[in-house]
Design a protein around this ligand. Structure first.
Ligand SMILES: *Cc1c(COP(=O)(O)O)cnc(C)c1O
Length: 190
């Protein structure tokens, strides 16, 4: 997946021309500006990979095909209210050091049930973001735990790995690496 946050719509268009079809964006508001310029790209799929506030859920469901950051029952219900077919992944928080977003592993069964009760939502997998480290090996235990958690619940997709640790993520079974910097270069600060 090409992560295009902070980069202009032209980055999406150029990557699309080179054959990429999956794009990750972090902010609903930022993507609102690019969406009119890229929504016509046939076969392109836009994934929301940043934290989603419930009050932006409806707008997110209109623009994205996949929301990878579902981490509460409340958010799942808000996405369902948009009444649009939507693929979702659950964001899992596997460490105390991680940012506040993401559900604890113990909350996953209840979240799976909640999403199953939402006819417009289709749950396909799990997503995680390990604590930052410049040693890619530090991510391995987190990736492994995510895979084990997904296997236990019969979920197939594993969204894990970024520019600096994508090789380790693939070794641990990632089905989807989210790559920004390695494709587009350094971002200016958001
Ligand atoms: C920005 C971001 C990425 C991409 O990070 P790079 O290090 O630039 O590859 C991947 N996943 C999430 C959730 C991000 O916010």
């Amino acid at each position: 997946m090409a992560v295009t946050k902070i980069f202009p719509a032209s980055a999406i268009q150029e990557a699309y021309a080179l054959g990429l079809r999956d794009f990750g964006e972090n902010y609903v508001q930022e993507f609102e500006g690019k969406h009119p310029l890229v929504e016509g790209l046939e076969g392109a799929r836009f994934h929301l990979i940043g934290h989603l506030q419930s009050n932006k859920a409806r707008r997110a469901a209109e623009m994205f095909q996949v929301v990878e950051t579902v981490d509460s029952v409340r958010l799942a219900r808000r996405l369902e209210e948009a009444a649009r077919p939507l693929e979702v992944l659950l964001e899992v928080k596997l460490s105390e050091e991680q940012a506040k977003s993401g559900a604890a592993p113990g909350e996953i069964p209840a979240l799976i049930d909640a999403v199953a009760a939402c006819p417009h939502l289709r749950l396909t997998g799990l997503m995680t973001m390990p604590p930052w480290s410049d040693d890619p090996e530090a991510s391995r235990p987190y990736f492994r735990r995510l895979r084990e958690l997904a296997e236990r619940h019969g979920l197939r997709r594993l969204s894990m790995g970024m520019s600096h640790d994508l090789e380790v993520a693939i070794q641990e079974g990632s089905t989807e690496v989210r790559v920004g910097t390695a494709l587009f270069g350094a971002r200016r600060k958001a």
